[in-house]
Design a protein around this ligand. Structure first.
Ligand code: FES
Length: 168
């Protein structure tokens, strides 16, 4: 999985006061590693490396243990994610309705590939398996908004619309 544009971001310059607050909240509770990591991800949108070091120090666990948890559970992200998460279904029903063409069009227009984030942190793109609405294939989602019967033209319309939305 590559995420080249986002890797260049200065994740070291993270304000750790939020992470400290989350750790304070769960510090004395048993089994606190998962809620602490979830709380940190909720605050930052991902789990920044300096926060991992902080958690290791304050909860007295090895960083390798924390990385083990973070890489085991797909819900966790180690890199910054976009404000808008674009998901295009490549399940069977969507595939036969031309999902790959939709994916390629997003790649061309956004300049990022699968599991990548745009340098301005506006978009993260992901190919996903069946989203459970096969009757609307091919299907795309932007955050919680669903777009059925996708076409190449609709890709352009979606990007135009979300380009106008504020980043915060
Ligand atoms: S295969 Fe795409 S929604 Fe089911």
């Amino acid at each position: 999985m590559s995420n080249a544009p986002a890797e260049a971001l200065p994740t070291e310059e993270v304000d750790l006061s939020y992470a400290n607050k989350v750790i304070d909240k769960y510090l004395t509770l048993p089994g606190n590693l998962m809620p602490v990591l979830q709380g940190i991800q909720d605050e930052y949108g991902f789990v920044p490396k300096p926060a991992i070091d902080l958690v290791a120090e304050r909860l007295n666990v090895y960083p390798s243990q924390i990385y083990g948890v973070l890489t085991f559970y797909a819900q966790f992200h180690l890199k910054p994610r976009g404000r808008f998460i674009i998901r295009v279904c490549v399940g069977t029903a969507c595939h036969v309705q031309g999902a790959e063409r939709i994916v390629e069009t997003f790649f061309e227009k956004l300049g990022i590939g699968h599991a990548e984030t745009s340098p301005d942190l506006r978009y993260t793109f992901e190919k996903v398996a069946c989203l459970g609405a096969c009757g609307m294939a091919p299907l795309a989602m932007v955050n919680d908004d669903t777009f059925g019967k996708m076409t190449v033209q609709k890709v352009g319309e979606i990007i135009t619309e979300y380009n106008q939305r504020p980043l915060k």
